[in-house]
Design a protein around this ligand. Structure first.
Ligand code: G6P
Length: 506
């Protein structure tokens, strides 16, 4: 593991910008051997990959939260200073456990996540209590401030232009704090990975919270979203809730307090090169052979998801049951495989979801299975190689979220599938804007039509399957995760350059 002190400002060309990524979960986590030596584990997220290429051309600092005891030890050992880890300069923020718990497990997930995915059962939940206000003030606000302080402290003396990219709903308040701490000399460009609903959905949050989030984002130079719809909804929310925010002559920018803040869509994607090399590794064909052995000559309907209410796994099972009821010719000839990854199990709203899924799958198996055939199989655990192997062999991929910022499973499936499989895609997934034309559209709430779409996918003529699968693959190959990040950096650089030109002419 290469670890060295970084960000020696003099060592690099003075006009080369410093790119700062801030995210709750960082690109690496640390473990410690018995002899005290740290080992580093690389996260698999798209952002880490996107930076792979970028770090060759730019100076990159990544600021993330220390998530484990060992992460904290590693950060302490380096006195909280940035260190070079595998080519990326990494700095860890260390909120206390108590603060972090409030910020992550009470406010970010579930409150903001549920508002933005519109998951609250509003006659009953949420109930905003004193505890939640306490978590907002002493957790979310405090951790966001801490992130901004760490970033500001590290970059304040930099003579290079600085561009900060705060990621996602964990860090909505970072732009405002950074602006207060560093003024206009930094470009601030948050990216929101999850859906941004229209003004009505935000009514759930009281004015103080809603306004804090929106005003902070309006302290940015530009806000990135997954789709044009999200960007448009953000503009509407600002116009609706923030006095003095206007969007004169533009659907995708807000003028507020003398600043023009753009709202742009940058659809995230997968790392095509990396996935194509991963499927060549020996474990993938082995796992594929095992799966094929279990499925035999039956058709495969696959889903791959985090165990997450927004993924709509229960209605997916219900739709499958309807398929078996309405089209008995598929009984014994199809298999539903769900590969589910545990997620956020400390959050109450997630705790019963797996049990409900298992119960429902059990009922379908009890109702329809015979001595040769078990209609549903649920495999729980994180095994990316197994997911890739399964994606190579699906006949139908079910992607039916209630709401989803993008949904990368749809893109991964389109890329690696070898059977001209059909994708059933929710019109409420961000991926729908790029892939919808060549997928079968489903409404996530409509199990009858989802069952019919499963039937249509299973029965589709070979030529049509082939044409759709080819088009999906082309689409994914044409816009990879590097494009996603490069476009954001280019927009920020362009703004910096025109700012420089204006400064030098004024
Ligand atoms: C999903 C979302 C991301 C989010 C992440 C957080 O992948 O699409 O927008 O940042 O979850 O996951 P975590 O496991 O860190 O809570």
């Amino acid at each position: 593991m290469i670890v060295q002190d970084t960000l020696q400002d003099d060592a690099v060309a003075p006009d080369r910008p410093l790119i700062v990524i801030a995210s709750n979960r960082g690109p690496f986590s640390f473990k410690q051997k018995n002899n005290g030596e740290f080992t580093v584990q690389r996260g698999s997220g798209g952002l880490v990959t996107a930076l792979g290429g970028l770090a060759e051309r730019h100076e990159v600092l990544w600021v993330a939260a220390a998530l484990s005891k060992t992460d904290r030890k590693w950060a302490d050992m380096h006195e909280g200073r940035p260190q070079n880890v595998e080519g990326i300069s990494l700095q860890l923020v260390q909120p206390s456990k108590n603060r972090y718990e409030k910020y992550y497990n009470v406010i970010a997930n579930p409150l903001l996540w549920f508002v933005q995915h519109q998951l609250w059962d509003i006659p009953r939940t949420p109930v905003l209590t004193r505890d939640i206000w306490n978590a907002w003030r002493n957790g979310y606000v405090a951790v966001n401030k801490q992130f901004a302080e760490v970033i500001a402290d590290t970059v304040k003396d930099s003579r290079r232009p600085v561009i900060v990219f705060p990621q996602d709903y964990h860090l909505y308040l970072v732009p405002q704090y950074l602006r207060e701490m560093l003024g206009d000399r930094v470009q601030i460009q948050p990216f929101v990975h999850i859906p941004w609903p229209g003004p009505d959905a935000w009514r759930i949050l009281s004015e103080e919270i809603r306004t804090a989030v929106l005003k902070s984002l309006l302290a940015s130079d530009r806000v990135g979203f997954q789709t044009k719809k999200d960007a448009f909804n953000f503009v509407q929310c600002c116009r609706f809730y923030i006095d003095g925010a206007h969007s004169r002559g533009s659907r995708d920018a807000i003028d507020y307090q003398g600043r023009r803040v753009e709202a742009r869509a940058y659809p995230i994607s997968v790392d095509v090169e990396k996935i194509e090399s991963l499927v060549e590794e020996p474990q993938v064909p082995l796992l594929k052979a095992q799966l094929l052995n279990a499925i035999g000559d039956r058709k495969l309907i696959l889903r791959v998801d985090r165990i997450e209410p927004s993924k709509n796994i229960l209605r997916g099972l219900e739709a499958y049951r309807s398929l078996l009821e309405m089209h008995p010719e598929h009984r014994g000839r199809v298999h539903l495989l769900a590969l589910l990854v545990p997620s956020r199990m400390e959050v109450f709203e997630y705790q019963n979801y797996l049990q409900e899924i298992m119960a429902q799958a059990g009922m379908i198996n009890a109702e329809f299975s015979d001595e040769y055939w078990e209609p549903v199989r649920i495999l729980v655990g994180e095994n990316y190689s197994r997911a890739l192997a399964a994606m190579q062999i699906y006949d139908v991929l079910l992607v039916n979220p209630i709401a989803d910022g993008m949904n990368l499973v749809a893109k991964e499936g389109a890329l690696v599938n070898q059977r001209d499989g059909v994708i059933l895609l929710s019109e409420d997934a961000g991926a729908y804007y790029e892939l919808g034309e060549h997928a079968l559209t489903i409404s996530p709430f409509d199990i009858y039509l989802t069952a019919e779409a499963m039937h249509q996918g299973l029965m589709m003529p070979v030529e049509e399957r082939h044409a759709r699968a080819e088009a999906l693959r082309r689409q994914v190959r044409g816009a990879d995760v590097r494009t996603w990040f490069r476009d954001q950096v280019e927009d920020a650089l362009q703004a910096l350059n025109s700012q420089d030109r204006n400064d030098s002419t004024s």
